[in-house]
Ligand binder design. Structure first.
Ligand SMILES: [Zn+2]
Length: 99
């Protein structure tokens, strides 16, 4: 079970990440989208939004696949993650196989 203090910290980190992604996108103006910015826009930003929503709903830190708690150490490194290490590896293999 994650502490309230930890959740608040994660929320602050996620909001800061969101601000930096939004700032990077704003700076683009009419410049062409690079893969890096495209990744931020299509992958990172939705994950950040999803994590913030999960904090509000009180389900942050629970793996979307197996429903087990994601270790706080992993959440500290990747605050926007929605899967535990095992499920993430499984998911990446699945995505890879679809290509
Ligand atoms: Zn899992």
């Amino acid at each position: 079970m994650l502490t309230k203090k930890f959740l608040l910290k994660q929320k602050r980190v996620l909001l800061a990440k969101k601000r930096s992604v939004v700032a990077a996108i704003r700076k683009l103006n009419d410049q062409p989208l690079t893969d890096h910015v495209l990744y931020k826009l299509t992958t990172e930003l939705p994950l950040i939004e999803r994590a913030l929503t999960r904090i509000e709903k009180g389900i942050y830190g629970r793996c979307v696949n197996c429903r087990e708690d994601i270790p706080a150490a992993r959440l500290t490194v990747r605050p926007e993650t929605v899967r535990c290490v095992d499920c993430q590896a499984q998911y990446e293999r699945f995505v890879h196989d679809q290509r």
